[in-house]
Design a protein around this ligand. Structure first.
Ligand SMILES: Nc1ncnc2c1ncn2[C@@H]1O[C@H](COP(=O)(O)OP(=O)(O)OP(=O)(O)O)[C@@H](O)[C@H]1O
Ligand SMILES: CC(C)(CO)[C@@H](O)C(=O)[O-]
Ligand code: BAL
Length: 279
């Protein structure tokens, strides 16, 4: 596997691949890789000639300095895992080079960023859109792969690709879970054993909400789910939403045939996790 860290090297390399007529599949990540990431690499490989993975803990998308500082960083182990699954190119830029020009780009995703992650992490999607735009320019992929775990991020990136006319296809893959249902996430590594034991309650809460929606109106089903979660003292729910799965706007009632997503964010101690299920 080829490892590149300078912007000019990746730009030249992907330019050469394009000239050779190769199809490039791209998986952007922040590292501390798990089976969720590897499922995206495998999907990219199966549909493209060359798979590029980037690992970059992007400072400008963090709204919490401590979260940035403590974000798990395991570059050597990540490189090993990527080589094992046959990733062709690993792009590992430094923050200094990525943000040398100190460009402060401002995006406006309208209502899409005024709910859930956008509402609770000010500036987050601006930072995601900035880095994803830069990465798309550098890597020039034909396809880019994202996980459903970050459902709102996928919607924002879809909007970005449309607004800036990026010539690529976006692909979203399902959430890979631990055996006990916990959505795999790099931040899971930061959980204490006690918090880790409680963490599957988040997925259970989404399943509980899903079953309550069979018989109850949305607000009542949400209230019962919040009560269920409150019984676990260490879990601090930030939001629980029933939203339209495309616009991500909260729903007042369920309409026949509408795609629906049940989403939550919660803290276990200092660690903030998100999860969702599609209904
Ligand atoms: N469990 C999962 N299953 C499938 N895809 C996932 C999963 N977790 C993350 N991804 C996807 O991998 C890509 C890179 O995500 P990222 O590196 O932020 O990992 P992460 O595990 O989501 O970390 P964290 O949530 O702690 O930031 C994103 O498109 C994300 O949606
Ligand atoms: C898309 C991404 C790599 C941008 O930093 C990040 O938000 C992530 O890992 O989901
Ligand atoms: N996985 C989304 C990136 C973030 O939490 O900042």
């Amino acid at each position: 596997m080829l490892q590149l860290s300078s912007l000019s090297d990746i730009r030249q390399h992907t330019e050469m691949l394009r000239q050779q007529g190769k199809r490039i599949g791209f998986v952007p990540t922040m590292g501390a890789l798990h089976e969720g990431h590897l499922s995206l690499i495998k999907a990219a490989k199966s549909q493209n000639d060359i798979t590029v993975c980037s690992i970059f803990v992007n400072p400008v998308q963090f709204n919490n300095a401590e979260d940035y500082k403590l974000y798990p960083r395991l570059p050597e182990k990540d490189a090993q895992l990527l080589a094992q699954v046959g990733c062709d190119v690993l792009f590992l830029p430094t923050a200094d080079e990525m943000y040398k020009q100190k460009a402060k780009l401002t995006f406006d995703f309208g209502e899409l960023e005024r709910v859930m992650e956008g509402a609770h992490r000010p500036g987050h999607f601006n930072g995601v859109a900035t880095v994803v735009s830069k990465l798309f320019h550098l890597v020039k992929p034909h396809q880019a792969f994202f996980g459903q775990k970050d459902l709102q991020q996928f919607a924002v990136v879809q909007q970005l690709v449309q607004d800036l006319s990026f010539d690529l296809e976006l692909v979203c893959y399902p959430i890979i879970r631990e055996e006990d249902g916990l959505a795999m996430s790099s931040r899971n590594r930061r959980l204490t054993p006690e918090q880790r034991a409680l963490a599957p309650r988040l997925y259970q809460a989404l399943q509980f909400l899903n079953s309550k929606l069979e018989t109850l109106p949305i607000e009542e089903a949400k209230k019962e789910t919040e009560t269920f979660l409150r019984s676990f003292e260490e879990i601090k729910l930030e939001y629980l939403e029933v939203v339209h799965a495309k616009s991500l706007q909260p729903l007042e009632y369920l309409a026949e045939g509408e795609p629906v997503a049940l989403c939550l964010a919660a803290f276990l101690g200092e660690v903030r996790l998100i999860d969702n299920i599609l209904r």
